[in-house]
Design a protein around this ligand. Structure first.
Ligand SMILES: Nc1ncnc2c1ncn2[C@@H]1O[C@H](COP(=O)(O)OP(=O)(O)OP(=O)(O)O)[C@@H](O)[C@H]1O
Ligand SMILES: [Mg+2]
Length: 567
């Protein structure tokens, strides 16, 4: 036994040791109430109250659901020193990783009277390990994403995700070499402190895995947030090297601004747009060229940015730049492939049209004369046979059939003859009005209710009015023919981007997918007396005008043909 004076000394030394410890220190009684704690414990756990008298669970807020993983319970039941690592969310909503060592304190009879709990904050190390593995996962995710907008959003989500790089807000700027500018493309982050607090506590509780967070953020992706919209307004000429973003692009160096509000060298307008006193701009460099800039800040948490965070961001930015470059190259490539396919399609179509046209012209020409002769003879038989009913009836059928064949022939020859187009400035609404009044009796006969929705603002366009009229006639005729029992026909003119769009909608029988695939093939028809040239000709005419046709159809509901003519 130590003499009292020595004991006091030891106590004193112990107190000092406990206070100097770089770990949280607490002593618990057997009911797990805290009876003694040092200051460090309060700072690790962000406590805003005195922990003494509170229960262990209340103060430590451990997330372990089962007592068997809790070092305190283990130490109490086994009587031996125990280790555990826990995660907890502090009062301020921060995630902490704590290593705990619980040691039973025993009396002379070896009975446990108290527990000593040492808590070491390993958040920094854990986050680093976590971050590295996340960055690796991220790189994989990025390489697999070729859709550029999805990829950009993914990048910004990772920059702001607490589990990854954890900046409050991130904006992405992209270089547009053609326009010689760098412009704000996208931004991710809360728009106010309240929103920030709400999101962070939600995220900290809900999403431990980055994949979950990414999924959630994709599902909640919004491009109407104030931050995003302000960022979209930002654009700078690449020649203006005084601009922060431009200088980051040009010098390919990180810009770490710690006191923007008082820095006379930064453009005030830019600082106002960013709104944060401290921010970092990181160039996105791919193949030695800056393709964009990521600008981050911690406006809401006010957490100072540290070297380590920037290192993480730089590693990430390099990978992100490569992924963006890949996705952009892929976009250009797929656009080129699409153009190529379209050209090939057009070539095949016009080639096929030309071949069929020539053949049709030849056949039609060969048939026309004998057909005229047959028709002539049949008519004379018809005239001569006044008594014999059977002969008269047969001759009548021949005359009728011949004139049907002649009509088809005229159609075919129309289709195959080369047309000289005469293009003049014309008003589409007028052409349509004209056709509608011409076809009025036809509509009435077929019990068709016509609705015209003409946009009076559509400009005149340069077209061959005779040819375009032919297109409208073909499509309207088809629409009426698809509604043998009557129905509704709607003709609408719309200005869409750089086109005039004419919708011709019927409530007819519609088409199957198989029919839709063939409708523009010359001589394809599903009608008993159809020639199958109406749509092939219409397609060619619209094509020659630099336009295109789209079709939407559903069986028993109806069809809409949309003709797009360039303005
Ligand atoms: N509005 C429509 N509703 C349903 N099917 C349609 C419609 N328009 C076209 N089709 C289908 O497309 C086919 C081809 O149309 P196209 O106008 O080229 O030839 P057609 O009408 O059969 O004959 P033609 O126009 O030469 O007298 C039609 O036979 C029909 O099956
Ligand atoms: Mg037709």
């Amino acid at each position: 036994m130590l003499p009292q004076i020595l004991k006091d000394k030891v106590d004193n030394v112990l107190y000092n040791v406990v206070d100097a410890l770089d770990a949280g220190f607490s002593i618990l009684d057997k009911d797990l109430n805290i009876v003694c704690a040092n200051e460090k414990l309060s700072s690790i756990l962000n406590l805003e109250y005195d922990p003494i008298g509170k229960t262990c669970r209340e103060v430590y807020k451990c997330e372990c659901k089962d007592n068997k993983y809790c070092s305190v319970f283990q130490a109490l039941s086994s009587g031996k020193k125990q280790f555990c690592e826990t995660q907890l969310i502090t009062e301020r909503g921060e995630r902490r990783y704590i290593q705990n060592i619980s040691t039973p304190l025993k009396d002379e009879k070896n009975g446990i009277t108290h527990l000593l709990k040492l808590s070491i904050d390993v958040t920094a190390q854990e986050e680093k390990i976590h971050q590295l593995s996340l960055l690796r996962k991220l790189a994989e995710l990025m390489q697999g994403t070729l859709q550029i907008d999805r990829l950009l959003h993914l990048i910004l989500t990772c920059v702001t995700a607490g589990t990854a790089l954890g900046f409050n807000r991130a904006r992405l700027f992209l270089v547009d070499k053609e326009r010689d500018i760098v412009y704000g493309k996208m931004a991710v982050g809360p728009s106010s402190l309240e929103e920030a607090n709400r999101i962070w506590s939600e995220i900290a509780k809900k999403y431990e895995k980055l994949e979950d967070l990414i999924q959630a953020s994709e599902d909640n992706y919004r491009d109407d947030t104030p931050l995003h919209m302000i960022t979209r307004l930002m654009a700078y000429s690449l020649r203006d090297e005084n601009e922060v973003i431009v200088s980051c692009v040009k010098n390919k160096k990180i810009i770490w601004e710690r006191d923007a509000f008082h820095n006379p060298n930064i453009d005030k307008k830019f600082v106002n747009m960013i709104g944060a006193n401290e921010f970092v701009c990181i160039p996105l460099i791919a193949k030695d060229e800056t393709i964009g800039v990521i600008c981050v800040d911690n406006l809401y948490s006010k957490k100072p940015i540290i070297e380590e965070h920037i290192q993480g961001l730089t590693t990430f930015a390099n990978r992100a730049a490569l992924a963006i470059e890949n996705a952009a190259a892929y976009k250009i490539l797929s656009e080129k492939v699409r153009q190529l396919e379209e050209t090939q399609d057009r070539l095949i179509r016009s080639e096929r049209l030309a071949v069929i046209g020539n053949m049709a012209a030849y056949v039609a020409h060969e048939i026309r004369n004998p057909l005229a002769t047959i028709g002539g003879f049949a008519r004379s038989i018809l005239r001569a046979s006044n008594q014999d009913d059977q002969i008269r009836q047969n001759a009548g059928i021949i005359v009728e059939e011949v004139s049907r064949l002649e009509r088809i022939l005229a159609n075919i020859m129309d289709f195959s003859k080369p047309v000289e187009s005469v293009k003049v400035a014309s008003q589409i609404n007028e052409i349509l009005e004209n056709i509608c009044s011409l076809m009025d009796p036809y509509f009435k006969n077929g019990r068709i209710k016509l609705t015209k929705i003409f946009n009076s603002m559509i400009p005149k366009i340069i077209i061959d009015p005779t040819q375009i009229k032919q297109v409208f006639l073909n499509l309207i005729k088809n629409a009426v023919e698809s509604m043998p029992g009557g129905g509704a026909l709607t003709i609408e003119t719309i200005v869409e981007d750089k086109h005039i769009k004419i919708n011709i909608t019927d409530t007819g029988e519609g088409m199957t997918a198989e029919i839709m695939q063939n409708i523009f093939v010359p001589f394809f028809t599903t009608k008993v007396d159809g020639t199958g040239v109406g749509l092939a000709v219409s397609h060619k005419i619209v094509d020659d005008h630099g336009g295109y046709i789209k079709v939407k159809s559903s069986l028993q509901e109806g069809t809409t043909f949309s003709i797009y003519l360039p303005i």
